[in-house]
Design a protein around this ligand. Sequence first.
Ligand code: ARG
Ligand code: ZN
Length: 467
Amino acid sequence: MKRLLALTAAAFISLPLTPAPAIATATDPAALSHGTPGAPGAGDPYFPDQGNGGYDAGHYDLSLDYEPSSGRLTGVARISARATQELSRFNLDLVSTLSVRSVTVDGRTASYTQGGSELVVTPARALGAGRGFTVVIRYDGRPVHVVDPDGSVDGWIKTSDGVYNANEPQGAMTWFPGNHHMTDKATHRFTVTVPSTRVAVANGDLVAKVPKGGRTTYVWDSREPMASYLATVSIGKFELADSRIGGHRVTTAVDPKLAGDAAGFPDRHPPVLDYFSSIFGPYPFSSTGGIVDHAPEVGYALETQTRPIYPRVPSESLLAHELAHQWFGNSVTPTLWRDIWLNEGFATYAEWLWADKLGTRTVQAAFDQAYATAAEDEFWQTPTADPGGPENLFHDPVYDRGAMTLHVLRREVGDDAFFAILRAWAGEHKYGNADTAAFIALSERVSGRQLDALFDAWLFKPGKPSL
Ligand code: ARG
Ligand code: ZN
């Protein structure tokens, strides 16, 4: 379900062709048809290898078997996709420390190579443009997390009792093959088998739990489109709770070490979601909840779709932040990593709104506190809408200057237009991707105002904007 595949000429030139491409010979059937290889990346300057060209993934059916004691994962990925060009071969993103054992395309054996974080698949016959196809990949190995440009870790992060699985910005390739750029959203089904002493929690709705011979299989259905950085299969000694509370299906998994502090955790969701629904529009997913793990070594939470993951029991502001991402980031997703303020600035502003609603602190006070940062401070040197590189994705300016940008917009256009803009943003781009230019255009359309100067100062120019 791809909305964008903007491959610029520059991206073609700068992309490294990591794996040795399979060269078609005169006897190779692929050489007889007219397909060309899909691009090895989606063209995002922050992560050039991420994503792939030439096809659009629609559904991932993942069957995973994990043994925490050995760290061994055995997986079968069945991916339904559509060719967007006549395709002689195509890439998937998967780290080469996991070994691919076989690949079929529409049931026929396909050849493949692995190198870097690319799996290159050559089907027996080229795929016609527009054609739907299914690729099945059998693989195994011991997944490990990846270290990000900012030094944090993401991916398959092992804990004392299982896995803290958070994949923003690039961890998905550490545990399953896919088109891992946020512009290719797809539905997912996770069938995960673990020892019965553990629980496997994923996105979407729990549809089955089947114990058999000391192991239990959990099946999770994620029916709304999802970018793979928002997928999670987290494993541990969790207490699983699944109930309907105030019209929401709330599914939570809590590490028993935190059970005391987490008492009442499920009930904390509906009030936040109902407030956000009243201002942003309907909650976009079929279920909600959260995963509360004991992972002090990870330190950060992630808005994994439908069910955020937390390294501790979240504060009220962290809970509000991750739930707000379900609208801003998960349902409406940026098109490039540099637009990450559309996630983090919005979720931070939502924290301010929730604190105001609770009477803890007004939005204006939150703004004033952030704006009080001295003009000389390094903070003001990072423009909100392009933090400069992947090492700055989660820097304070992305969050706080992003939220301040929204508040300045609100002061400029008034509450009615401002909240109409937020609702239109969530509504018009539901389950899709949209960039900063689209947000500016929408703000001008809804408010009927020319807002270039405001956005220029707050989004694009370094330095502290004056009020
Ligand atoms: N989006 C997450 C949040 O704001 C932060 C993810 C940080 N990821 C990382 N690899 N450091 O809640
Ligand atoms: Zn966030």
